[in-house]
Design a protein around this ligand. Structure first.
Ligand code: URA
Length: 234
């Protein structure tokens, strides 16, 4: 399991020409300053709900992950409250249920970070680590967070497959790997070679909206995981 990491400002190198922050760590510092709008939202949430996590949500899972699942961003009353990706979010019910069904988790998911659930051969992270207002990060915020994703991917020596949940996660993975968008178009069920032995799978995000409108059914989600399981088992 990944533990909370607090990095210092000395761990965040700035590229002088474009002033683009380049985080060197796979996890954002809990007081990450990179996105002013998200910092303001975090501080407002902390004032209103001091018992919530209210910080960049760290990745969760197995350091020996062969599968990395990349979500969008924490939900305000879900991962932002509990401090574990997708935990307490509507989307977590389908995601964690599916991970248990396909052997990527053991235990019981109870929508709280101390439910004892453990991921096996998998890790979950988010393209944007802080909760954004209305669940919508701006392109600049996604860009600010890219260095963490890049480092997260680089810190998993056994990684074979990345599953992007939705287009924003897909684009973030491509940017993190330096792959052109034109080389890998997002589509539910698509699979892309992104170099260095890594394959990117796409799924529609398992959000409440997508499942309620049946853009994504549990069967569609399961079939992506069935394919991933098959590949990993060789
Ligand atoms: N919760 C997360 O942590 N990420 C998402 O993308 C959605 C809900």
């Amino acid at each position: 399991m990944t533990t909370k990491t607090r990095t210092t400002s000395s761990n965040v190198r700035r590229v002088p020409d474009r002033r683009v922050p380049v985080p060197l760590e796979a996890e954002a510092p809990l007081d990450c300053p990179l996105c002013p709008r998200l910092v303001a939202y975090r501080e407002a949430n902390a004032a209103a709900h001091p018992d919530w996590f209210n910080a960049p949500v760290p990745s969760f899972g197995d350091d020996k992950a062969r599968l990395l699942i990349v979500g969008l961003a924490p939900g305000v009353q879900g991962a932002n409250r509990t401090g574990r990706p997708f935990t307490g979010d509507f989307a977590g019910d389908l995601l964690y249920g599916t991970l248990l069904e396909f052997g990527f988790a053991r235990g019981t998911y109870q929508a709280r970070p101390d439910d004892g659930l453990a991921l096996t051969g998998a890790m979950i992270t988010n393209a944007v680590r802080c909760v954004p207002p209305q669940n919508k990060p701006t392109p600049a915020e996604a860009k600010n967070c890219l260095g963490f994703l890049k480092a997260r991917i680089g810190a998993l020596p056994d990684l074979e497959i990345i599953l992007a949940l939705g287009r924003i996660a897909h684009d973030a993975v491509l940017s993190a790997r330096g792959v052109k968008k034109s080389a890998a178009t997002f589509a539910h069920g698509a699979e892309h070679d992104i170099g260095s032995g890594l394959r990117l799978f796409d799924s529609y995000h398992c959000s409440r909206y997508n499942t309620n409108t049946r853009r994504l059914t549990p069967e569609m989600f399961h079939s992506v995981f069935a394919e991933i399981r098959k590949r990993i088992d060789g």
